[in-house]
Design a protein around this ligand. Structure first.
Ligand SMILES: Nc1ncnc2c1ncn2[C@@H]1O[C@H](COP(=O)(O)OP(=O)(O)OP(=O)(O)O)[C@@H](O)[C@H]1O
Length: 299
């Protein structure tokens, strides 16, 4: 379990993180979402005791990270895949970590195998690794001590589609066995497929939090019309907020009946009318974090 309570971090006059609170329960994957610069890494660094908070605090497995007697056995952390000694081989890096946290060397081979780094890759120096291979090595390192909690900052960066699919399966399985996963990303699609819970952060503040199901249910109605501009005007005149996507779809925070009625009254022919679902979450993410690097966010 991870508990974050009123965490704030200021750099001079700049508030990188402001009053962020959330809980990650065992058996769940929590997607920590936000555009570039939203404060995800700073929050995660504070959880792991690497950045001192200006106020607030966080606990992992019931205590502050720094008070865990052997953190590697309880919490697997991957904050920066590039932060590996470039001159060591993958196997050497893992072997050193294994010694440091006191796990059997057999775990090294087991984890190399688990993350798909074969014998040839394990013998290569890290400087020759691609970013995707470094992510896999970082994940192996995080999993080395068979922890109950995983804290991963943008672990899908550099992975190819097959790698992303593989990682989702691995994290899902970890959570299904009772583990707690906190996973950050600036790409909604990446976490949508695996997360049960979502925490959305924008400009240092939590802008939405809850189960993916709840957030999807509250995502409103997606409507496509032959004449989207006329429909958008009619919806706005009816007092409904409208978010327009570039492909002409409109997302409206109301049920399908209300949206359909406005369209009928305005004499607009509809091409599609349905609960917003995944597309709505995307629109919600865009709306909630509007003004930040939103184009990047739904790439
Ligand atoms: N050491 C630091 N000194 C000053 N400002 C910092 C420092 N670390 C982070 N910041 C600022 O805090 C804000 C949040 O940064 P952070 O790296 O936590 O965002 P992020 O959500 O992880 O973004 P990204 O997806 O780009 O990694 C940014 O405005 C960043 O410039």
């Amino acid at each position: 379990m991870i508990a974050v309570e009123h965490l704030s971090k200021r750099y001079g006059r700049h508030a990188a993180v402001e009053d962020v609170s959330f809980v990650c329960e065992p058996g769940t994957v929590t997607g920590f979402l936000g555009p570039n610069g939203a404060g995800k890494s700073t929050t995660m660094r504070m959880i792991c005791g690497l950045t001192p908070p200006s106020s607030g605090g966080a606990t992992v497995c019931g205590v502050g990270y720094r008070h865990l007697p052997n953190p590697g056995r309880q919490v697997g952390v991957l904050l920066d895949a590039a932060a590996q000694h470039a001159g060591r081989t993958g196997r050497e890096a893992l072997t050193l970590s294994a010694q440091l946290i006191g796990v059997d060397r057999r775990a090294v081979e087991e984890k190399l195998d688990l993350v798909g780094l074969n014998a040839v890759a394990a013998k290569r120096r890290v400087r020759a690794y691609s970013l995707g291979m470094r992510q896999r090595l970082g994940l192996a390192q995080a999993l080395l001590g068979d922890p109950r909690v995983l804290i991963l900052d943008e672990p899908a960066n550099g992975l190819d589609p097959e790698g992303i699919y593989w990682m989702r399966g691995l994290l899902r399985e970890f959570a299904d066995r009772g583990g707690t996963v906190l996973l950050s990303s600036h790409l909604l699609r990446e976490v949508e497929a695996v997360a049960d819970q979502l925490v959305v952060i924008g400009r240092g503040r939590v802008v939405a939090r809850g189960s993916k199901r709840e957030l999807l249910a509250g995502a409103g109605t997606l409507v496509r019309a032959r004449d989207p501009q006329t429909l958008a005007g009619a919806l706005r005149r009816a007092g409904l907020a409208v978010t327009a996507a570039t492909d002409g779809a409109l997302t409206v925070p109301a049920d399908a009946g209300a949206v359909g009625q406005v369209a009928a009254d305005a004499g607009v022919a509809l091409l599609e009318l349905r609960p917003a679902g995944g597309g709505g979450l995307e629109q919600m993410f865009l709306t909630l974090t509007a003004g930040d690097s939103v184009k990047e966010a739904v790439r």
